[in-house]
Design a protein around this ligand. Structure first.
Ligand SMILES: [Zn+2]
Ligand SMILES: [Zn+2]
Ligand SMILES: [Zn+2]
Length: 148
């Protein structure tokens, strides 16, 4: 009797273990696909853009799952939300200090990896600059070449 109970428990543990692995694998796959989409784009993406790109790895992915993963990854500081005035939130892989360029034609946002200490000198006398944010607006190379 005791043996049977032990066996059943073992079987249950195995089934549960397998189930947990399956859930883990699915979660890992989703996260990897989302982070892969951001890595490949190398620019901040809208959740909808992340979905389209990540679906190449995980075809049954949906927008709700993308949002849930984006929130988790943001909490873990693996990714950073990018807030541009009047724009829906985009996301990018967490990285060092940089700025953004938004194309007025296609609305895409690109990274700008240049900065200058001169920016702090723009503040009026007596004002201490603690942080800054710079957004450049214009036309991206794709849009420039298309319209010329
Ligand atoms: Zn453009
Ligand atoms: Zn960026
Ligand atoms: Zn800067």
């Amino acid at each position: 009797m005791h043996l049977i109970i032990t066996q059943t428990r073992l079987q249950l543990q195995t089934i549960w273990g397998g189930l947990k692995m399956k859930i883990m694998n699915r979660t890992t796959k989703q996260r990897t696909a989302i982070q892969g989409a951001l890595l490949e784009a190398a620019r901040p993406l809208l959740p909808q853009e992340i979905l389209v790109s990540a679906q190449r790895q995980v075809p049954n992915l949906n927008l709700a799952t993308v949002y849930r993963n984006l929130n988790l990854l943001t909490d873990e500081k693996a990714i950073t939300p990018v807030h541009l005035p009047g724009q829906p939130t985009r996301f990018e892989l967490a990285g060092h200090h940089h700025h953004h360029f938004q194309c007025r034609q296609c609305d895409r946002v690109f990274d700008v990896h240049a900065c200058t200490a001169e920016i702090s000198k723009l503040a009026p006398k007596g004002f201490e600059v603690i942080d800054h944010d710079v957004i450049l607006y214009g036309r991206c190379p794709d849009c420039s070449s298309r319209s010329s």
